[in-house]
Write a protein that binds this ligand. Structure first.
Ligand SMILES: C[S@@+](CC[C@H](N)C(=O)[O-])C[C@H]1O[C@@H](n2cnc3c(N)ncnc32)[C@H](O)[C@@H]1O
Length: 494
């Protein structure tokens, strides 16, 4: 198999994990704190680094600080400002511990590096098909389909007289089939899409049939009418024979191969590639396990998401709701023996944080929601009325603070007990107006840890693959993070 890339040494990977763990450990309580308790438990005094506390003293300072956070991904301007040095130093420090930061350099490959390393196996996207997908999905699918096709070609090149036709792709958590249908349409590779949600499976099939009507226009636009593959694709049931779907929950011992053979009985495939785009919660880690357990799955490309839906082996989750995450059996963290031996834990709120998109929030100058402050104020009210434990209000559509309180109290079934007047609520909001502005900066300070926690999760998955003996395992930055925040893929070949 042609592959010309030097892989990162396992020892170096462990060192990087140690460095991040050392950075996160003293901040564990900070990144796991509940915003609900911000006012009642004095989060600012307790968690914000002292130099920042000394630097930010007024509402004006908080407003300036927000702009410093938001501007961190902007092009550096010529005018060097010495404004808020402690805030800037903190931003710089946290950015060292994310992928591409100075402490984690050389681990993630760029898409170009990965594709170049594949040399002759490299496949490109030629069709422009925006139909039936939003901008984000289009961006992901065009890139990921070409990467999966390249991976299949690389795997096939390692088989005696192997061609792409020898490989069958299994797409785990196929959803509406955006990626799988594109792999089949563009690259002519057979794909089985597997999703636990029956509606998704049936919508994927309906979409495949509608997609067929869109292909001729896309082929024409790309001047590919003479291409034999596209000519055949438009005949009869060709697309249906390339892309099939099934409804099945995937866990850590699902027999994907039996499933593939059942749905492609005539093809006698003996080599498989497992892909997954935004495999939420434990599905991503379970895909890595299935790759390791099945000798015939020779390649994997997996992009994870929704880290908050993962279960951790060494954390008891207060809010664990088995019904909510019933499609996520097993544990998702830690995966590597290295962190399992240390019984390393991240914590639920920190995993929630890891699912955020700091790049997008900064580029769009997103102000943290007023509701965070409303909930923290409501906590003061609830404590006044004798409610000691943290009650979950959840997502709520509401207008101003009074409306928020009335709706929350109703949802919590406390209307008879919490009888505070509108005037008192307004007085409370005015009294804490400075802290409400401060809370937004607190949120941005804490958000700096989001990519660091995600980096630890991704390095742990990469180390798992390396510990299993897969030299050719990589982290590759596939997408533009502003367009698609979960932008790193784990890619491996046996
Ligand atoms: C975030 S969506 C991504 C869908 C699709 N890959 C895409 O990129 O558009 C995750 C999908 O995985 C499916 N899913 C989650 N856990 C699963 C499991 N354990 N087994 C099979 N499918 C699962 C969900 O039903 C959902 O369709």
């Amino acid at each position: 198999m042609i592959f010309r890339f030097r892989t990162i040494k396992m020892e170096r990977l462990r060192q990087q994990i140690d460095t991040i763990a050392r950075f996160l450990e003293p901040n564990a309580a900070f990144i796991n704190c509940h915003m609900v308790d911000y006012l009642t438990e004095q989060h600012w005094d307790r968690y914000v680094p002292k130099p920042i506390q000394r630097e930010l003293l007024s509402v004006e300072d908080y407003l300036r600080a927000k702009h410093v956070f938001w501007g961190q991904f902007d092009q550096p301007s010529d005018s060097v400002s010495d404004e808020l040095p402690a805030v800037k130093a903190f931003i710089e420090e946290t950015r060292k511990y994310r992928l591409e930061g100075s402490e984690v350099q050389g681990t993630a490959l760029t898409l170009a590096e990965f594709q170049n390393a594949l040399e002759k196996c490299r496949k490109e996207t030629r069709l422009k098909m925006t139909e039936l997908m939003n901008v984000k999905k289009c961006h992901e699918v065009e890139i990921a389909a070409a990467v999966v096709a390249s991976l299949c070609t690389a795997v096939a090149s390692g088989l005696p007289d192997g061609t792409q036709d020898d490989i069958l792709v299994i797409d785990a958590g196929d959803g509406k089939g955006y990626l799988s249908s594109r792999i089949a349409v563009e690259h002519g590779i057979k794909v089985l899409g597997v999703d636990c949600n029956e509606d998704n499976t049936s919508n994927a099939e309906k979409r495949r049939d509608r997609l067929k009507t869109k292909i001729p226009k896309a082929v024409k636009k790309a001047n590919l009418e003479e291409d034999e593959h596209f000519t055949n694709l438009l005949q009869g049931d060709t697309l249906k024979s390339l892309y099939r779907t099934t409804t099945q929950l995937i866990d850590f011992e699902t027999d994907l191969i039996a499933l593939a053979k059942h749905h492609f009985p005539a093809d006698n495939h003996r080599t498989f590639c497992l892909c997954g785009l935004h495999t939420c919660g434990n599905l991503g880690p379970n895909c890595l396990r299935l790759f390791h357990q099945n000798r015939t799955i020779a390649g994997i490309m997996n992009v994870g998401c929704c880290y908050h839906l993962m279960r951790e082996e060494f954390v008891m989750d207060d809010f664990y709701n088995p019904a909510k995450i019933s499609d996520n059996p097993g544990y998702g963290f830690p995966m590597s023996s290295y962190l399992r031996n240390r019984q390393f834990a991240i914590g639920r709120n920190a995993r929630n944080l890891a699912s955020e998109s700091i790049e997008r929030a900064c580029i769009n100058r997103e102000n943290p929601s007023d509701k965070l402050g409303y909930r923290a104020l409501l906590q003061i009210v609830l404590l006044q009325y004798g409610q000691k434990k943290s009650l979950q209000v959840g997502r709520l559509k509401s207008g101003d603070f009074i409306d928020y309180v009335r709706k929350s109290v109703r949802r919590l079934g406390l209307e008879d007990r919490v009888t505070i007047s509108d005037d008192s609520l307004l007085e409370l909001e005015t009294r804490f107006s400075t802290e409400l502005e401060q809370l937004k900066v607190f949120y941005l300070i804490r958000q700096q840890f989001a990519p660091v926690v995600e980096t630890l999760i991704l390095l742990d998955r990469l180390l798992f693959l390396r510990e299993c003996g897969y030299e050719r395992s990589f982290l590759v930055k596939l997408f533009e993070p502003v367009v698609s925040p979960r932008c790193y893929a784990l890619i491996a070949m046996k």
